[in-house]
Write a protein that binds this ligand. Structure first.
Ligand code: MN
Length: 259
């Protein structure tokens, strides 16, 4: 099994190192990760600058790009054959509910899915580095990797895995939850007396909804959420058919005389 690993916390992240150790028994592990922290860059792709790949050691590459760049470059540039699996993580901090659209960790798994490679993202619900907790999350990653290898994934589907901070008591399928983003912007004054703003610094809440990633992780279990990239709201599509959208534009200026 050829496993490509990436993340958004950067190549120096302990979560990445623990992940590589814990899945090493499953086959050859190649790491292609950003050369610095790139959390919350979402699915950004570098289109207007060159990318440099620095070989840190055998099968370890640091890229001056985004997580999405890393997966794309790994699959199409650095690996001679397509990987059997892409794993992104282990992220420092959970990636649940509405936060997914910001997540570089999740985006790396998305990119693999777009390339037709089975993938999952894995995040630990803690911002501290507690080696024991990361090792448990790494063991979870190995279990999921084996299961994906044996069972395969449905078409256009990848997994978003979130691990509680302590020893997980179990593992459950979950749906994506809902964040509560109140008071997310903090205004302060800089040493020159000018205002500055800091977003995403507050403690965020979540809606208490059964079967969601938030609730499963809060119950001490690993949450496994299947995701796809089709953002169409199919229920809304049906409802909006009543709109009878027509496009009746003004004729506009006659430009034929300029010919
Ligand atoms: Mn991160």
């Amino acid at each position: 099994m050829l496993i490509l690993i990436s993340n958004d916390d950067g190549i120096q992240s302990p979560g990445l190192q623990v992940l590589a150790e814990q899945v090493a028994d499953l086959g050859r592990v190649v790491v292609v990760a950003p050369d610095r922290e790139r959390s919350a860059v979402g699915h950004a792709l570098t289109l207007h600058a060159p990318l440099r790949a620095q070989k840190i050691r055998e099968d370890w590459w640091a890229i001056d790009g985004t997580p999405t760049d890393c997966v794309s470059l790994g699959i199409h540039g650095l690996l001679k054959e397509s990987p059997d699996l892409v794993i992104s993580g282990i992220n420092r901090g959970a990636n649940m509910g509405d936060d997914l659209t910001y997540s570089g960790t999740v985006a790396a798994a998305m990119e693999a899915t777009l390339m037709g490679v089975p993938a999952f993202a894995i995040s630990l619900d803690s911002h501290e580095f507690n080696r024991e907790a990361f090792v448990w999350a790494g063991q979870v990653a190995a279990v999921i990797a084996r299961t994906v290898q044996e069972q395969g994934l449905p078409a256009d589907t990848f997994l978003n895995v979130n691990v509680p901070a302590g020893r997980p008591s179990g593992m459950q399928l979950a749906r994506q939850g809902k964040r509560v983003y109140e008071g997310a912007v903090i205004r302060k004054s800089d040493p020159r007396g000018n205002d500055y703003y800091w977003i995403g610094a507050g403690e965020l809440g979540f809606q208490d909804l059964d079967g969601t990633d938030f609730n499963v992780v809060q119950s001490g279990q690993v949450a496994v959420t299947p995701l796809h990239l089709d953002l169409t709201n199919y229920a809304a599509l049906e409802r909006l058919r009543q709109w009878q959208l027509d496009l009746d534009l003004d004729p506009g200026e006659d430009t034929s005389r300029n010919e």
